[in-house]
Design a protein around this ligand. Structure first.
Ligand code: SAH
Length: 347
């Protein structure tokens, strides 16, 4: 629940609104999830809350550490579905990579999560719950960290719960996480992107572009057949940005597919006039992914062509590859979809 909704619920039950603030502080600042232990709440309120409200936290099932310090967390949800979240230290900031769905419906050709299909959306509580669990497990409740919505799922395909989660994370009595510390990465679902542009709480935006033409992108990112590059770029140009901020364009480099000099030149042309920075992501290869990572020379050449044309370019360092925690490697196998869910994905 958002704090305002909790305040209203408390008031309705004859309690004072400020109790919501106390509950938020217990939950998010101190990491106390046992209502009985929230000792500054009156006894009758604690009993009433425990009887009427469920306070659930994703269960930490498994934790793996990469040689580079990246950590992957397997979390079990209330219905026994599982998701992964990743902690990436020193990027230079500390970063939590959080999931927004169990699986994903976008089916991008190079992404393992896409192979799962969409099993279900996460609730705002489950999205924020990942942050609570990681903060606790890493003893970082009082530390500064950034959040990237780059785990499993397409955040704009689960718009309402994702935005609700961002508001809860931003709450001054909870994590008080500035939206500037949060980056939402999306394939660019156009209607949702346009809605996002009107939100009062606005995260940083990253667009998973991956190709400079509709023909190429349509092959890699199927949703491009519905929302093409021209419309996405136009929406980006209209996107309200702070004076200093830029939209990140992510570009997975696939050997011989989208890493040629002409692709770089087309990309530079496409992004001319957009307040952008380009983040090149050399493919994290995996069994079942029918693409290869380009050579370091090809990556350098691609980056050079972009920067010669005035673009800000970075190459994403692959983190946690040895534990399959890198971009596109999050997959939790053995979860069956019901027929109804399969149908819902297709519609
Ligand atoms: N659905 C959102 C959030 C996922 S973010 C989105 O698409 O933006 C994860 C990023 O990693 C995306 O840019 C995605 O395209 C990229 N990615 C997926 N598979 C990858 C792989 N095998 N190697 C490198 N990057 C990959």
């Amino acid at each position: 629940m958002e704090r305002l909704a909790l305040e209203a619920a408390l008031e309705q039950r004859g309690h004072q609104r400020f109790r919501a603030r106390q509950i938020f502080q217990w939950l998010y600042r101190r990491g106390v999830t046992d209502i009985a232990a929230m000792t500054d709440l009156p006894r009758n309120l604690r009993a009433g809350l425990a009887a009427e409200f469920a306070l659930t936290t994703p269960a930490l099932v498994h934790r793996e550490t990469s040689i580079d310090g990246t950590e992957k967390f397997l979390l079990r949800l209330g219905d026994d579905r599982t998701i992964e979240s990743v902690f990436i230290p020193d990027t230079p900031a500390m970063t939590f990579c959080i999931s927004t769905q169990v699986g994903c419906a976008m089916a991008c050709g190079f992404c393992l999560t896409g192979k799962m299909g969409l099993l279900r959306n996460l609730t705002a509580g489950e999205i924020v719950g990942q942050v609570r669990v990681l903060a606790d497990a890493l003893a970082m409740r009082d530390a500064r960290f950034n959040i990237v919505l780059m785990g499993m799922g397409e955040p704009l395909h689960n718009y309402d719960e994702t935005m609700k989660a961002l508001r809860i994370l931003a709450d001054e009595h909870g994590f008080a996480l500035s939206p500037r510390r949060i980056t939402l990465s999306t394939v660019g679902l156009l209607p949702a992107l346009e809605k996002l542009a009107r939100e009062p709480v606005m995260p940083n935006l990253a667009i998973s572009l991956h190709a400079p033409t509709d023909a190429q992108r349509g092959e890699l990112v199927p949703i491009n057949r519905k929302y093409g590059i021209g419309d996405i770029i136009a929406a980006c140009k209209r996107f309200p940005l702070n004076r200093r901020s830029r939209i990140t364009f992510e570009y997975v480099l696939l050997a011989g597919v989208n890493d040629r000099p002409e692709d770089a030149r087309r990309l530079a042309k496409l992004l001319a006039g957009v307040k952008s920075k380009v983040n090149l992501i050399p493919l994290n290869a995996a069994p079942g992914i029918p693409f290869e990572r380009p050579s370091d020379e090809a990556i350098d050449r691609f980056a050079r062509i972009l920067s010669e044309r005035g673009l800000i370019v970075s190459v994403r360092k692959s983190r946690g590859r040895d534990i399959r925690a890198a971009c596109g490697q999050l997959i939790v196998e053995g979860q069956k979809k019901s027929a109804a869910q399969q149908l819902a994905v297709m519609m």
